[in-house]
Each structure stands twice: as C-alpha cells, then as structure tokens.
Design a protein around this ligand. Structure first.
Ligand code: ADP
Ligand code: ASP
Ligand code: MG
Length: 412
C-alpha cells in the first residue's frame, strides 16, 4: 500500500471536536487506499504550559527532565487520535517515540533524529492496521532517555517518517492554509504562495517563520520528500496549500519572496574585552558548550587594546549565557567590564533566491527602515537573506513596510 504522512499541529488537535475533524480527514485518505502515518502535536498551549512548569520549578533545569515533562503533551493527543479513529471503525493504534523506537542524539531539548526503524509499524500495517498515530516531537537516546526535537519538532518527526517510509507525500495540517509571503497574523496583505523553494523555506523557517521547523525543511530537501502545508480547517483539494519544492519547479523566482520575523531574540554585549588573538574563541567556546544558539555576532573596532563584542541568542537562553560567561570570567579565560543583555529586540529578515543575482536589496531594506525612523542595531547577510536586529516595538511596522516596499502583496 502507498504510505501517506499527515501531521496535525497544536491548533488542529486543540479540542476533541478538532481531533474528530482531523480523524475524518485521515479516514478519507484511508478510504483512498493509503496506509497512513499520523503525526500529532500536543493540544495547543499544552507544551507552553509544560515548559512553564519546568522553568518555574528549576530556572537552570536539567534538560533530560525538561524533555521528560514537555514530551508528554503529545502522548495525550496520540492516544486520543487513535481512540477517535477506532470509534470511526478505522483500525489504528498509537505509538510513543520510544516504542517505534525513534532514535535520536542525546542533545536534550534539541535532539536530532538518528534512525527510524520501520519494521514494527510495517508489521502492523501488514496485519491490517490502517493508521499508525505517532506522538510527534519526541524520541529516545541511545542512553534510553526520552528526548525532544526542539520547539515545533513535530514537523520534523513528520518529514523524517515520510523519508523513512518512502511516503507518497507529507502533508502538514496547520491553522493557516499554506506558506505566506510573511506571517499573515501580523501583515494582512500577506499572500499565500502556491509553491516555495526548499532553500527559501529553509531560510524563512530558520529566521522565525514558525510554520515549519527548520530541520523539517532540511530533511525534506535532503530526502526529496514531497512536502505540503495546508489548513486543517478548510475543505481540501489536491491543489490546496503550498508545495515546498525544488527551485527548478518554480517558473518565476522572486528577488524577495518573503519577510520573516523572530520575536524571541536577545542582544548581549560584553563591554570592554581585551582585544587579543583567541578572544572570540574564549567567549564563544563556553557559550557553545552551554548549548547557546548564538546567531549574529559583531565585534566593534578596538580602542587601547579593548573592544566590545555583541551577539544575539534566543531570549530564553540569556540566563544560561550569562552564567557561562561569568564562569569563564571567574576562571580567568576572559575579562570584561560589564555584560549587558537587551531583551527588547527582534530580528527581521528578507529572503529571496533572486538576491543571488540582484543587487540593491540591502540598500532598499535599510532605506525603508530609516524612512520609518527605525534604528538598526545589528546586520547580517547571506547569499539569499538580509537580517537586522531592531527594537521589538517596531516589529509589525518593519514587517509591513518591507512587505509593501518589495511588492509582496502583488502576485508574482
Ligand atoms: P502548528 O501548531 O500547526 O504547528 P504553528 O503555530 O507552529 O502551527 O505554525 C503556524 C503559524 O506560523 C501560523 O499560525 C502563522 O502565524 C505562523 N507563520 C509565521 N510565518 C508564516 C508564513 N510565512 N506563512 C504562514 N504562516 C506563518
Ligand atoms: N508541541 C511541540 C511544540 O509546541 C511540538 C510541535 O507542536 O511541533 O513545540
Ligand atoms: Mg508548529
């Protein structure tokens, strides 16, 4: 039987009613003759609640126990989805990550998938089971501990299953009807894209467009998974949603295809560090050992042998970063006068494959922001994106003005 992977995000399984609605959709695919692997997220708001419990209990928590707690939301929806399907006379059973077993690295809270053995589930398909409902976001390490794949990780579970089972398609059902030129919740002129290239989607995701987790796009690209994003609330046709595909399948490549924002950014500055060979390594090694995701880095020009070093990282890693840097200072590895954290910033990025062959995008972006009186604090660029760090209070304004300036509301 051909296999189809269908993933339902938090809002799509937020109530028993919605689980029923999702299950009906699964039933339609079963009736077409597919063996279906359903990946479920926790009910909407559930994972945030669990993360809150952990942080309140232990601010610098043991990541292994964090995973034990936050992975549990998916167990509930997996069981409920299997029960709902059974009530509809569709043969189904649930699987937690460790039962598959979905093997991951031991990088707790951001583990990577290492292996998905297919025999257990395939055997059940062979015995007449039509739907395997798998708890997304979770796995098990070689030490036998429960792991999670990072926020939004059920997308990655879904694509990894699609690759492992050679599925015909991986459909990601969510609360918007596809991938838009920017987050439709903060820009009403955002336009749905029928197709988006893997590389653009990869950049948008990694720069904050949480419609797909970055790793899921990487995996889809590597294993050539046919990946579609669509709404679980609207009637479906075969053309519904957005197809994430190779750039060769897209007729007209845009200079700029989308604007992404990331609210959860913090800017940290080490003031007056000795400017000597090896200083960057001395600062960023302890940060990486503490699992800090450093993104942008700026080193100021030095004066009298001292300089300021600025970097950005996710807001929820600030306490951990401070601890790592203070430890390095106490151990005499680095020396700074002060450490200042600014948690009122956000990152705005414009992304487009066409930037490879067009100049002037950065200049235009900076002009648009300056016309709105928005000060840029840090800039980074790559071949197909430009990102800036600005005050968070200007986030919506910046996204909307850039969306207008690059004519993203007009059909390509
Ligand atoms: P799920 O719970 O289904 O995984 P998410 O909340 O993780 O859903 O992702 C869907 C959300 O992503 C949308 O509600 C939307 O606000 C946001 N989003 C951000 N950028 C984009 C974009 N470019 N296109 C579509 N949605 C986007
Ligand atoms: N429930 C997890 C989260 O909220 C995983 C997911 O929904 O993809 O991050
Ligand atoms: Mg998500």
């Amino acid at each position: 039987m051909p296999v189809l992977v269908m993933k339902f995000g938090g809002t799509s399984v937020a109530t028993l009613d919605r689980i029923r609605r999702a299950a009906k959709r699964v039933g339609v695919e079963v009736a077409k003759g597919y063996d279906v692997i359903v990946i479920v997220s926790a009910m909407s708001g559930e994972t945030n609640k669990l993360v809150g419990f952990v942080e309140e209990t232990s601010p610098l928590f043991d990541a292994r126990e964090y995973d034990a707690v936050v992975s549990s939301g998916e167990n509930v929806t997996a069981g409920l989805m299997a029960l709902t399907l059974q009530e509809m006379d569709v043969p189904a059973r649930s699987w937690q990550g460790w039962q598959v077993p979905l093997m991951t690295t031991s990088a707790h809270s951001s583990a990577r998938i290492v292996d998905i053995p297919t025999d257990n589930i395939n055997r059940k398909f062979g015995e007449g089971m039509k739907v395997a409902v798998v708890a997304g976001f979770q796995g098990i390490s070689s030490e036998g501990r429960i792991t999670t794949l990072g926020r939004g990780g059920s997308d990655t579970t879904a694509v990894a299953f699609a690759a492992a089972f050679d599925a015909e398609r991986c459909d990601i059902y969510t609360d918007v009807d596809g991938v838009y030129t920017t987050d439709p919740r903060i820009c009403e002129k955002a336009r749905k894209l029928d197709k988006i290239a893997f590389e653009e989607m990869l950049e948008l995701a990694s720069l904050g467009a949480k419609v797909l987790q970055t790793r899921s796009v990487e995996l889809a690209m590597r294993y050539n998974v046919k990946l579609r994003v669509l709404s679980s609330f609207e009637e479906q046709s075969d053309e519904a949603g957005t197809l994430v595909c190779d750039e060769e399948e897209i007729m007209e490549l845009n200079v700029v295809s989308g604007v992404a924002h990331s609210r959860d950014e913090a800017k940290m500055t080490l003031i007056s560090v000795a400017d000597r060979p090896g200083i960057a390594a001395a600062i960023f090694t302890p940060l990486s050992e503490s699992g800090i995701n450093v993104d942008m880095i700026v080193q100021n020009i030095s004066e009298d042998g001292r300089t300021d070093m600025t970097f950005s990282c996710p807001t929820n890693q600030v306490a951990r970063a401070e601890e790592a840097l203070k430890k390095a200072k106490d151990a005499g590895h680095i020396n700074f006068h002060d450490l200042v954290a600014d948690t009122n910033v956000c990152k705005i990025s414009v992304v487009g494959i066409g930037m490879r062959s067009h100049t002037g995008v950065a200049a235009k972006m900076f002009k648009v922001l300056s016309d709105e009186g928005i000060n840029i604090k840090v800039i980074t660029t790559s071949e197909i994106k430009i990102s800036v760090l600005i005050d968070r209070k200007y986030m919506e304004l910046a996204v909307q003005s850039l969306h207008d300036a690059f004519d993203l509301d007009k059909a390509a």
